[in-house]
Design a protein around this ligand. Structure first.
Ligand code: WTA
Length: 650
C-alpha cells in the first residue's frame, strides 16, 4: 500500500466547526443532518421533488423517478431550461447587477461579468450557433482554455438545447480526435491558442490536426486569445468576435423548452479499458443535484466570493464553476493559469485581491504549494476566507492539516468532497457547519445517497474493512448512460453487484466515516486529473519503435500518482535515454502533457497470463518498488517479474 494511503488510514485527529460557523450555517448540526438524511433516504422521491420546487420549471414533472430497465429517469414529463435557471431566474430575483464571473487571466487585468451581462453574451452566442445551423440535440465540441467564452459557449448550448462536449484544453490532437469522432459533433469551438506559464499552447493547430479525421465537423468557431497566427480554412473557420458582431445577431435568445431527460452534456472520461467513454448527463436531475450540493456543501451566502481552481474541461468545473454556482446566483472567480505562475503565491494573491470567502482546490495543488513554504501565503491577506474544499484525489493528513492551519488559520472547515464525472455532483462530503472532520476522510454521504462498502461476494464489509465502494440507490445527478454505448454503461457500473459500482475502494470506520483508498481499475489520478492507462498505452504503441506497452501508476509525493510505463521495443531498436525522452514527448504531443509518463522502463517481456493478458497488477507492485507480487505462478513465464524488478526505474 502506498505510504500516504497508509498514513490516511492511521489518522485519528478530529476537528469541529467553530460555534460562529455553525450559527450562520445552513445546516448547523449533526442532529439536523441525521434527521434530514434519514428523511431523504427513506423517501427519496418526496425529498427530491421537494427540493426541485426551487427551480424554475416551464412545466412540472409527472413522475419523480423511474427505472427503465436499468436506466434511471428523473422528473419525466417536466420541462425547463438550464440556462434560464442559471441566468434569467437569478436576474428575476433581483441580481441582474450581481457579479457572476470574475475572470482572472494568467497575465493582465481581470474582467467581470454581471448576471445581466452574462445573459446577453450567452444569448448572442446562442444566436450565432443557431445561425451556423446548430439545432436542438446536435453535439457541439468545445476545446477552449479557461476564458469566459468557455462557460458562455456551454450556457449557449444549454439555451438552444444543443449538447456540449468539452475537451480539456491540456489534451492534444489525438485525444481531441477520439472524442470528436465518438460524439459525432457538428461544430467545434476553439481558440487560436492558450497561455500556459507564459507560453502559448497551439489549440487551433491541434484542432486542425484532429479535424483531418473528423468529417462530422462542419464549422469551427475560433476565439482570439493569444493573437498567434493560425490557419483559417475558408467556409469552415470563423472568428468568434466577428460572428458575435454580425448585424442580425440579437441580444436575446428564446430558450428551448427542454424535457428533463434530454441530454445536457457529454464529458469524456477514462474508464477501465479501451477508449474514453462519453458520460451523459441530462437536464433537470443534473441541475437540481449540482444546485443543491453546491448550496449546502459550500454553505453559500449572497455575499460569498467563491474560487474553484479546477479547469472547466473536467467535471469539477462543469458542476462547481458553471452550473452549481450560477444556479445559486453566486459570484465565481475563474482563473486561467497555473498555481505557480508567475510565483507560488498566485492563488493566495487572487484570494486577497478578490476577497475570496470560499476556496476549492485539489490535494495536488495543496501539496505543491505547501512545499514552497509558508512565507508565500503568509505574505497575503487571507482573512476573507471562511471555508475550504478539496476534490479529485485522496488528501494525506499532513496536507490537510497544513491547509487547515496555514490557509484556513484554524478557523475554516475543510470539505473533502468525494465524487466522479459519472456522479455529476458530490456524493460523500462533510457539511461544513455540522460534520466533525477527520483529515483524510470524505466523512459521510450527502442527502439521498446510500453509500456502502462491499466484499468481492457482494456482502457488506465490516467496519474498517476495505472493499468496493458502491452507491445503492439512484440520485438525480447520476450519469444516464455512456454516449452511444448503453451496454458499456450497464456492464461497467451495474453488472458486478447490481448497484452503482464507483471503481474506488474504501473503508467505513466505526463512526460511519468513509475513507477512500484508491481505484480498482486502470484509472490513474495524475495530479487529480483522470487519465486512462489505455489511452497512454495506445499512444506509446503508435510510436514506430514500440511493440508493446503497459502503463501503471506509482505514488508521487506531490502529484499523488504519476505514470510509469513499461515498454517493449520492436526488434533491433536500441534502448537509450534519447528514445525514452522521444517517447515521453510523443505522448505529450499526441494525448497531452498531463498524460506524459514520468518513468519509462524498457522491458524485453511483460508479465502475462497464459492467455496473453498483461498482468498490470504485478507491474504496479514493481513500479511501487515493492516485492509483494502475490501469486505469480499463473503467469506464462514467472521469471519475467524478477528481471523487471531488478531493472526498475527508481
Ligand atoms: C477520485 C473528480 C479521494 C476517486 C470529481 C474518484 C477522490 C475519481 C476524491 C473521480 C476525494 C475524487 N477523495 N478520491 N475527495 N474525489 N476522487 O471523474 O478515485 O475526474 O473515483 O471526478 O477521483 O475522478 P473524476
Amino acid at each position: 500500500m502506498p505510504e500516504f494511503i497508509d498514513s490516511i488510514l492511521k489518522e485519528h485527529r478530529i476537528f469541529f466547526p467553530s460555534e460562529e460557523f455553525k450559527r450562520k450555517a445552513i445546516i448547523k448540526s449533526m442532529a439536523e443532518y441525521s434527521k434530514l438524511y434519514k428523511k431523504s433516504v427513506e423517501n427519496p422521491e418526496a425529498f427530491w421533488s421537494g427540493m426541485a420546487q426551487q427551480l424554475d420549471w416551464l412545466k412540472k414533472w409527472d413522475v419523480v423517478l423511474r427505472n427503465d430497465a436499468g436506466f434511471f429517469k428523473w422528473f419525466e414529463g417536466g420541462y425547463l431550461n438550464v440556462s434560464c435557471n442559471c441566468l434569467d431566474r437569478i436576474i428575476k430575483s433581483g441580481k441582474k447587477d450581481k457579479i457572476a464571473f470574475i475572470w482572472e487571466p494568467e497575465s493582465g487585468e481581470s474582467k467581470t461579468y454581471t448576471y445581466g451581462q452574462l445573459l446577453k453574451e450567452v444569448c448572442r452566442f446562442a444566436n450565432v450557433l443557431k445561425k451556423k445551423g446548430v439545432q436542438r440535440g446536435h453535439v457541439v465540441e468545445i476545446y477552449l482554455p479557461m476564458i469566459p467564452e468557455l462557460p458562455i459557449a456551454m450556457l449557449a448550448c444549454a439555451r438552444i438545447g444543443a449538447i456540449h462536449s468539452v475537451v480539456f484544453a491540456g489534451f492534444s490532437y489525438d485525444a481531441l480526435k477520439d472524442r470528436i469522432q465518438d460524439s459525432n459533433a457538428e461544430l467545434l469551438i476553439t481558440a487560436d491558442g492558450s497561455f500556459r506559464n507564459g507560453k502559448v499552447f497551439p489549440l487551433k493547430g491541434n484542432a486542425d490536426a484532429a479535424l483531418k479525421e473528423c468529417p462530422t465537423i462542419k464549422n469551427v468557431v475560433v476565439v482570439k486569445r493569444t493573437g498567434s497566427s493560425v490557419n483559417m480554412q475558408n467556409s469552415r473557420d470563423y472568428w468568434w468576435h466577428e460572428l458575435i458582431k454580425e448585424k442580425d445577431i440579437k441580444d436575446f435568445c428564446e430558450p428551448e423548452r427542454m424535457h428533463s431527460e434530454e441530454s445536457l452534456f457529454i464529458l469524456y472520461t477514462s474508464g477501465t479499458t479501451g477508449k474514453p467513454k462519453g458520460i451523459l448527463h441530462t437536464q433537470a436531475g443534473y441541475l437540481l443535484y449540482v444546485y443543491q450540493t453546491f448550496k449546502w456543501i459550500f454553505d453559500i451566502k449572497d455575499k460569498d466570493v467563491y474560487f474553484c481552481t479546477a479547469d472547466i474541461g473536467w467535471i469539477t468545473g462543469h458542476s462547481y464553476i458553471v452550473y452549481g454556482p450560477l444556479s445559486n446566483g453566486a459570484t465565481v472567480v475563474m482563473y486561467e493559469g497555473s498555481p505557480t505562475f508567475p510565483k507560488p503565491d498566485r492563488f493566495w494573491r487572487i484570494v486577497e485581491k478578490h476577497k475570496v470567502t470560499i476556496f476549492y482546490t485539489a490535494p495536488t495543488a495543496i501539496r505543491a504549494l505547501a512545499k514552497e513554504g509558508d512565507e508565500w501565503p503568509s505574505r497575503c491577506n487571507l482573512s476573507s476566507l471562511r471555508l475550504l474544499g478539496t476534490v479529485g484525489e485522496p488528501i494525506n493528513p499532513e496536507a490537510w492539516v497544513w491547509y487547515h492551519k496555514v490557509i484556513g488559520k484554524d478557523k475554516c472547515p475543510v470539505v473533502d468532497t468525494w465524487w466522479q464525472t459519472e456522479t455529476g455532483g458530490i456524493l460523500i462530503t462533510p457539511l461544513p457547519g455540522a460534520t466533525p472532520l477527520k483529515p483524510g476522510s470524505a466523512t459521510k454521504p450527502f442527502f439521498g445517497i446510500v453509500a456502502d462498502v462491499l466484499r468481492e461476494d457482494g456482502s457488506k464489509a465490516n467496519a474498517d474493512e476495505g472493499g468496493y465502494l458502491v452507491i445503492r440507490n439512484p440520485w438525480p445527478g447520476m450519469l444516464r448512460t455512456v454516449w452511444n454505448n448503453p451496454d458499456r454503461y450497464k456492464h461497467t457500473y451495474f453488472e458486478k453487484f447490481g448497484v452503482y459500482l464507483t471503481g474506488d475502494t474504501a473503508k467505513i470506520d466505526k463512526d460511519g466515516y468513509f475513507w477512500i483508498m484508491g481505484r480498482i481499475d486502470d484509472v490513474i489520478k495524475v495530479a487529480g486529473h483522470r487519465i486512462g492507462s489505455a489511452e497512454v498505452e495506445s499512444s506509446l504503441v503508435s510510436h514506430a519503435a514500440v511493440a508493446e506497452a503497459a502503463v501503471v501508476p506509482y505514488p508521487h509525493e506531490i502529484k499523488g500518482q504519476a505514470i510509469y510505463a513499461f515498454v517493449v521495443l520492436k526488434n533491433g531498436i536500441k534502448k537509450n535515454d534519447e528514445l525514452k525522452e522521444g517517447l515521453k514527448k510523443h505522448v505529450a504531443d499526441h494525448v497531452g502533457p498531463i498524460a506524459k509518463p514520468d518513468k519509462i522502463q524498457f522491458a524485453d517481456d511483460l508479465p502475462k497470463t497464459r492467455s496473453g493478458k498483461i498482468m498490470r497488477r504485478i507491474l504496479k507492485v514493481i513500479a511501487e518498488g515493492s516485492t509483494d507480487y502475490g501469486n505469480i505462478m499463473t503467469l506464462a513465464d514467472p521469471g519475467v517479474v524478477e528481471v523487471l524488478a531488478k531493472n526498475m526505474v527508481k
